[in-house]
Design a protein around this ligand. Structure first.
Ligand code: URA
Ligand code: SF4
Length: 205
């Protein structure tokens, strides 16, 4: 298989998509991962949040953003006053990509071919949900959704148009906040994430 496209079901709902994605072999990433981690959230969500790929804990539990990055995201959403019902959370790539580092599994950036192979799932999720805003968390999501030229440091916090959604915005990945060099940088990025989420929220009609 050259992409996820041939694994997509004919009848597309969030349920049929998630069930079909369980068996996706659209690229080689499924081989070393525990399971597919599909998007989750309200089917009436008007904001879709797109991360990079599941992390170690997400891979084991089968749900997006349930690890340390997920806690940063949950707190930022709460601080921005965004209700869980308003969001659907997913990833640009649905399988965990990693390399062994001693006993641990170290996250590895997904290869470009996995990003394009996996995009049909994201496109289908957005087509079903028809959200008012798509928020890209970090560079990988931004590059998958907006294009290769997207740059989070330069473009974050602005509503722009993408092939996926008329209103698309990019912001920091919660993991980038956890990796910030010091407490000052961490707090600044955290506040920028909250602000950018507020911008997304205010863009809803
Ligand atoms: N990081 C991501 O990009 N996605 C997750 O689901 C978890 C961590
Ligand atoms: Fe399919 Fe995406 Fe997993 Fe590759 S990463 S096997 S395209 S679900």
């Amino acid at each position: 298989p050259r992409s996820a496209a041939e694994f997509l079901p004919d009848r597309k709902t969030l349920k049929t998509l998630a069930a079909a994605a369980d068996h996706c072999k659209g690229c080689e990433l499924y081989k070393d991962a525990t399971q597919t981690v599909f998007g989750e959230g309200s089917k009436t969500a008007r904001i879709v949040l797109v991360g990079e790929q599941p992390g170690d804990q997400e891979d084991l539990e089968g749900h997006p953003f349930v690890g340390p990055a997920g806690r940063v995201l949950d707190e930022a959403l709460a601080e921005a006053g965004i209700d869980r019902e308003d969001v659907y959370v997913t990833n640009a790539v649905k399988h965990f990509h990693w390399e062994p580092r001693g006993e641990r599994r170290l996250h590895k950036k997904p290869p470009a071919r996995a990003m394009s192979a996996c995009r049909p799932w994201l496109e289908a999720e957005v087509a079903v949900l028809q959200p008012e805003v798509v928020v890209c968390l970090g560079a990988t999501a931004a590059q998958s959704v907006v294009g290769r030229e997207a740059k989070v440091t330069r473009d974050r916090g602005r509503i722009m148009r993408s092939a996926l959604c008329r209103q698309t915005l990019m912001t920091w990945h919660p993991s980038a906040i956890l990796r910030a060099p010091d407490a000052t940088a961490r707090e600044r990025m955290r506040m920028e994430l909250v602000n950018d989420l507020r911008t997304a929220f205010q863009a809803m009609s």
